[in-house]
Design a protein around this ligand. Sequence first.
Ligand SMILES: Cc1ncc(COP(=O)(O)O)c(C=O)c1O
Length: 295
Amino acid sequence: MSATADRDPKDIVYVNGSFLPRAQARVSVEDRGFVFGDGVYEVLRAINGKLFAARFHNQRLERSLDGVRIALEGDHSPARFVEIGRQLLKENNLLKGQATLYMQVTRGATIRAHNFPPPDVAPTVYISVARFTPYTDLAESGASAITQPDLRWARCDLKTLNLLPNVLASQTAKERGAFEAMLIRDGVVTEGTKTNFFGVVNGSLRTHPCDSHILPGITRSVLRDLARDLKIELDETPIKVSEIPKLSELFLTGTTTDVMPIVKLDDKPVGKGRPGELTRKLQRVLAESLASGGD
Ligand SMILES: Cc1ncc(COP(=O)(O)O)c(C=O)c1O
């Protein structure tokens, strides 16, 4: 497993209006992101300085902010964050090769109380970039996954900081030598801890519909459009646990995972135990889209 987000030695980040070295960046211990996990975030992929699907990430950030009722202040907006991200890519010498852009907004720093802070407390904005190495080898061989109960809340459609169930399931996967945990709620596969899951059952491509039990993944939606162009129908009927033995192909999608074939689930082979034909096709078209696409 070799995808990494390495630190660049210069490592300039943005916090609340200032560009400064990461080592000097500070937020308050009273920040609600720290105390309550009260905030939202986005992760974008940059290839040779171009941010992939930035417009969709902006829309999702806007929706997450609205969903948790955080109002941005001054000239802060998702579009402005993307501009800041571009500046960070430049300042950190990341205009060549691959990088990730992380953007986080919390409800700001104030005396601890569950209800919202007074109106004069500004949200905290933190933006950073990091060099990124894709999971090229694993994408070729295929990875393994395990199933885990989906212990998350009922608004998984918002990209919030409250990631403890994801963290715990992801760690269990790691401890079992698996790449990802496939989360199960009410007898169906929802998604992964940081990815959306797709499977082929009886020849049809299936994934969980976009409702409040999954994050509407940007890669998921890009892939749905690419599949449509290829006349591959996507059936947004969730895969039931009882259908898992019938899966002939399984893969996951995400900004930093692209299309990742899953060839082993809970220690049993999926289909023939190697990446399937449809998975390979979709892997190829997404790679082409990433190579040609940008903002
Ligand atoms: C829970 C969850 N599902 C799906 C995804 C994939 O979304 P995207 O394709 O926008 O990266 C992520 C990404 O972080 C995620 O955290």
